[in-house]
Design a protein around this ligand. Structure first.
Ligand code: BJW
Length: 247
């Protein structure tokens, strides 16, 4: 695959000192993690209202946990793909690089990204509904559903941002600051349908960033992109990293 990037655009990309990337489910698709809205996306077979809202959890924590247990078991054996590794390398290419992800699968960290800003949480973390304590738990399948806090016996929930819930203010601040300060902003493998994550692209653009989109399809933010790279991120990103590293 030869990337369709003009010499001028490549020069501008190479000159960037502050870069950021917003990633979505498409980046993990080539690792085998299901996306949400595509042809075989999770929201085609499951209703978000029944599984990914605080109301759903209050109504039926066992059902919600069964779904997360299934997803955890599905993701556990999966490995990062070349797209994840290319994004980890970007930390070495740009003097400042912030990776912002909507993904909860932990694959960016597994590929070596040092401090991904996980906007929607992490499927390997649980949170006590009473104490708010956050713990890592990589057991899949879980021995007890719904799991309970070893400290106080209250219910544990996935440390994930559900629809209608606010994002962590610190995480939000890191993401918005990176978008405002970026000279180069990548938006990769996301349908850009969920707020506030999708708004980061417009914010970066308004603050002068060059926007580069990598996706197999057009999205609602394609019109903001200075460069659109159409194809799988696992193929495009390693090539892009090669170009950025070339003299
Ligand atoms: C490839 C590829 C390959 C495939 N290579 N590409 C303002 C306006 C309207 C609504 C709202 C608003 N502000 C808030 C809302 C409500 C709501 C929202 O945005 N709703 C919209 C759906 C309309 N937002 C919220 O509730 C957020 N909270 C919030 O804002 O709080 C304050 C507030 C609340 C209520 C009202 C107002 C303010 C929280 C959002 C939390 C989202 N959580 C989820 C589920 C978590 C559950 C879980 O994972 O267990 O997070 S939703 C789901 O979507 C998941 C994802 O992170 C997120 C984004 O999906 P993503 O990554 O884009 O995936 P897909 O599948 O949609 O797209 C894949 C893309 O990849 C496609 O483009 C493919 O083409 C591409 N692709 N293979 C490259 N190989």
């Amino acid at each position: 695959m030869t990337l369709n990037i003009s010499p001028g655009d490549l020069r501008r990309m190479k000159q960037a000192r502050r870069a950021a990337a917003l990633t979505g489910a498409g980046v993990s698709a080539e690792s085998g993690v299901p996306t949400f809205r595509g042809k075989d996306g999770l929201w085609r077979s499951f209703r978000a209202e029944d599984l990914a809202t605080p109301e759903a959890f209050a109504r039926d924590p066992k059902l919600v946990w069964e779904w997360y247990d299934w997803r955890r078991s599905l993701i556990a054996p999966l490995a990062p793909n070349p797209g994840h590794y290319a994004l980890a390398q970007m930390e070495k290419i740009f003097p400042r690089f912030t990776l912002i992800t909507q993904n909860v699968d932990g694959l960016h960290r597994a590929a070596g990204s040092t401090a991904p800003v996980e906007m929607h949480g992490n499927i390997w973390l649980t949170r006590c509904v009473r104490e708010g304590s956050i713990c890592e738990n990589r057991q899949a399948p879980l021995p007890e559903i719904p799991p309970r806090c070893p400290g106080c016996g209250a219910l544990l929930r996935p440390h994930i941002v559900w629809f209608g819930e606010s994002l962590d203010p610190d995480v939000l601040e890191q993401a918005f600051t990176a978008a405002r300060e970026a000279e180069l902003f990548f938006v990769i493998g996301t349908a850009a349908a969920v707020q506030p994550a999708a708004s980061l692209v417009g914010i970066a653009k308004e603050h002068g960033a060059m926007v580069v989109e990598v996706n197999v399809e057009e999205t609602p933010v394609t019109h903001l992109a200075d460069v659109s790279l159409r194809g799988p991120s696992g193929k495009i990103l390693p090539e892009l990293v090669n170009l950025l590293q070339s003299a």
